[in-house]
Design a protein around this ligand. Structure first.
Ligand code: CTP
Ligand code: MG
Length: 230
């Protein structure tokens, strides 16, 4: 079966402290956003892709893929969840079916491997809820008190870092996200909306190097890694 993709790319990248939003910074000759979109545009089962962009985004028209007929653009919102919700509204207009799969993936994760994307699609193909790529916590974890001192060591074996893509059925995701936002719940990823709706998304272990470019050193690391590889 085919799937739809949603790429929230309307953030300003404040922690990156660059001269433009991080999705438009260069990595190996292309923008980060182009690499990210490429992960999905290269996939034979992609139906359509919706990218959420800031209303005043001057960089998008300059991208080689801007005219790709499989890409729809919508205006982003105040928070990431608002940007995703706007994209889901467009999917409804495009005729997404209730049980169609939607994959939501951060624009700032250009190093998603084709292997991990296929792994997620395969592992969740028959799942009633859906789920996400995630990575087991690596370091020893401490719970801190307000005084900055360790209160306790947390059991690391049950802690995972939530990555993207996150893959859910269209109607369930759309409903959970809109209801959670109306209720004023803090939603930082799609899974948290489904959790709020009482579902238990499945964790699919992915590669740690599908990292989100958040701070300058993340991009330095990825540039170096790609330079070594090519
Ligand atoms: N995003 C979005 N709309 C927003 C905020 C974020 O579409 N209102 C997107 C970003 O473009 C990014 C993804 O959500 O691809 C993950 O968010 P994050 O890493 O926090 O990016 P920014 O919000 O841009 O960065 P920062 O928090 O450092 O400002
Ligand atoms: Mg942010």
């Amino acid at each position: 079966p085919e799937f739809w993709a949603v790429i929230p790319a309307a953030g300003i990248g404040s922690r990156m402290r660059a001269d433009r939003p991080k999705q438009y910074l260069e990595l190996a000759g292309r923008t980060i956003l182009e690499h990210t979109l490429g992960c999905f545009l290269d996939h034979p089962r992609l139906r359509r892709l919706v990218v959420s962009l800031a209303a005043d985004d001057p960089w998008w028209p300059g991208l080689a893929c801007a005219g790709d007929p499989r890409i729809e653009r919508v205006a982003g919102g105040k928070e990431r969840a608002d940007s995703v919700l706007n994209a889901l509204a467009r999917l409804a207009e495009l005729g997404a079916g209730d049980d169609d799969w939607v994959l939501v993936h951060d624009a700032a994760r250009p190093n998603l491997s084709a292997f991990d994307l296929d792994l997620l699609l395969a592992e969740l193909a028959d799942d009633p809820v859906g789920g996400l790529l995630a990575v087991p916590a690596r370091d020893t974890l401490k719970r801190a008190g307000p005084d900055g001192r360790v209160r306790e060591t947390v059991d690391r074996s049950v802690i995972w870092q939530a990555y993207t893509p996150q893959m859910f059925r269209f109607a369930a995701l759309y409903r959970a996200l809109s209801d959670a936002l109306v209720a004023g719940v803090a939603i930082t990823d799609e899974a948290s909306a489904l959790e709020w709706a009482g579902q238990a998304p499945r964790l699919v272990e992915g590669r740690a190097d599908n990292l989100k470019i958040t701070r300058p050193e993340d991009l330095d690391w990825l540039r170096q890694r790609w330079a070594d590889r090519h």
